[in-house]
Write a protein that binds this ligand. Structure first.
Ligand code: PLP
Length: 406
């Protein structure tokens, strides 16, 4: 290509500053890359530190990385408008079919699902009640929970104006149910349950009280996406942005049709109900659907084997150091039920503590977030990109090596 032609072809490209700068050095370096627009790095542009997540999915750390098929769903649907009622109908209908439930909807995360599920149990389809929430007239609606199930996220329930009533066994639960009771909430990943899933359902059903199960972080295993509706829970939620790798700001609420209908009346695109500030955009709805489909279609055995191999790869690398012992530990769940690598060493030989290694990992380049427990450094493997497995292994090794006594 003659120089004049090249300059002409450049002039039809979007003329960004960076390109202009490159074009000015055109006499010296003419490379094929020159004709492509320079890749914009927004992390760099804004000075945001990219982080490698060698831990578990955490909201503060942006949840998980969306899969290519999710990004594809987002990008490919961003060029046309859609009626949001119709979109939620169709996406929800398809998700319900996939999960063998009457109805489903995409929410802005599991916490939103908890607000909407509770609101649905309070208001039903009553437009007046929907309008008043969270200032429900008369006595406060009551939601039953086991005392051992109380957790940070139950604030999503009280956001609706409902009061949480704590119970400790099935008898107490039966006695606590009265005309103000609207729902019974089960926190699936609680450390302790004084009432089993079965007894909880039995008591609630006998008194005709809707049951809601929060299983936000409880895949894998994939079977959990089907288990609790089969058991008899009326509403179930999962986060979209954890191990399902959908948009971080999306989640699933599914179960009984009348309750999903009521939940939707409490949500955007309606103008003003309690869920209006928890809007889900069009692309996230398509993205959540794509993420669920991809998750259900995945070879979960193969994925699990890959996680074990990752742990082994990093473990073998670290065990080359004196006294370092590694162990692949599988979190029994229900939340975060997957393998991680536990790393231990003799602190007399390698003079550092897991806590100090965490700081060094975080402050290094690239910044890596890992975990610790007692005398062990915990290296998470399930959220690493393929190319990050070696990076994390090398970096941990380097830090331990620096603390090695002669
Ligand atoms: C993560 C989580 C939530 C909140 O889910 P989001 O999708 O982030 O809104 C609620 N409950 C439990 C048990 C969780 O782990």
């Amino acid at each position: 290509m003659k120089r004049r032609n090249l300059i002409k072809s450049l002039s039809i490209l979007p003329f960004t500053g960076a390109l202009a700068a490159r074009a000015s050095s055109i006499h010296k370096t003419i490379t094929p890359a020159l004709t492509a627009a320079p890749k914009r790095d927004l992390f760099k542009e804004l000075g945001v530190t990219p982080v490698i997540n060698a831990s578990v999915t955490m909201t503060f750390l942006s949840g998980s990385l969306m899969l290519p098929e999710v990004l594809e769903a987002i990008n490919s649907t961003s060029h046309d408008f859609a009626n949001m009622y119709e979109l939620q109908d169709k996406v929800g209908g398809k998700i319900a079919e996939m999960l063998h439930v009457e109805a489903a909807m995409v929410t802005s995360g599991a916490a939103c699902a908890m607000v909407l599920g509770t609101a649905a149990c309070i208001t039903g389809t009553d437009a007046e009640k929907i309008k008043m929430l969270p200032n429900h007239p008369g006595p406060r609606p009551e939601v039953i929970m086991q005392k051992t199930h109380r957790y940070l996220f139950d604030q999503a329930v009280s956001t609706t104006g409902a009061k949480i009533i704590e119970v400790e066994d099935a008898d107490e639960m039966a006695k606590a149910i009265n005309s103000n009771t609207v729902m019974a909430l089960f926190f699936n990943a609680a450390d302790k349950s004084s009432i089993t899933h079965e007894d909880f359902l039995k008591v609630a059903k006998a008194k005709n009280i809707p049951t809601f199960l929060d299983a936000a972080a409880d895949v894998p295993p994939v079977e959990n996406l089907f288990k609790f509706q089969k058991m008899g829970f009326d509403l179930v939620t999962f986060s979209g942005g954890k191990m399902m790798r959908g948009p971080q700001s999306a989640g699933l609420l599914f179960g009984r049709k009348d309750l999903i209908t009521a939940a939707r009346l409490n949500h955007s695109p309606h103008e003003a109900p309690i869920g209006r500030p928890m809007k889900v955009n069009k692309e996230e709805m398509f993205g959540m659907y794509a993420a669920l489909k991809s998750y259900l279609d995945r070879d979960h055995k193969k994925e699990w084997a890959d996680w074990l191999l990752r742990a082994k790869t990093i473990g073998t690398k670290l065990e080359a150091l004196p006294t370092v012992k590694t162990e692949t530990v599988i979190d029994p769940g229900p939340a975060n039920n997957f393998p991680s690598l536990f790393v231990r060493w003799d602190p007399n030989k390698i003079r550092t503590k897991p806590k100090d290694v965490l700081v060094a990992l975080k402050n290094g380049t690239p910044s890596i977030v890992a975990n610790d427990k007692g005398d062990a450094l915990i290296v998470g493997v399930v959220l690493l990109r393929e190319d990050q497995i070696a990076v994390v292994g090398n970096r941990v090794k380097e830090i331990l090596q620096q603390a090695l006594t002669a």
